[in-house]
Design a protein. Structure first.
Length: 94
């Protein structure tokens, strides 16, 4: 059975779509892991106060310091007094 141009074109389009979707999946997996580190904060990258990524030496130090602070009494933790203390996260307006 010979292929006419119309079924051949739709078969080619379906194959192209399947290959492009399969290619995007592998690219995103490899690039998305560390891409946020290189995007500036103003463009939607990581904020300046974001914790380090798991698996790094800085992350281990961060978790040790966090655990140390958790075990201290609340009045000795040295939390930033400039941070709002209300549950909504906003300072009250008077």
């Amino acid at each position: 059975m010979p292929l006419t141009p119309r079924p051949f074109a739709s078969l080619l389009a379906a194959a192209l779509l399947a290959c492009s979707l399969a290619g995007c999946g592998t690219i995103n997996e490899k690039l998305s892991a560390g891409m946020g580190d290189y995007i500036p904060q103003w463009a939607g990258g990581l904020p300046a106060d974001a914790p380090p990524r798991p698996g790094t030496a800085k992350y281990d130090d961060f978790m040790k310091e966090r655990e140390r602070k958790r075990l201290l009494p609340a009045d000795q933790r040295g939390d930033d007094p400039a941070k709002p203390s209300t549950p909504s996260g906003l300072n009250p307006v008077h």
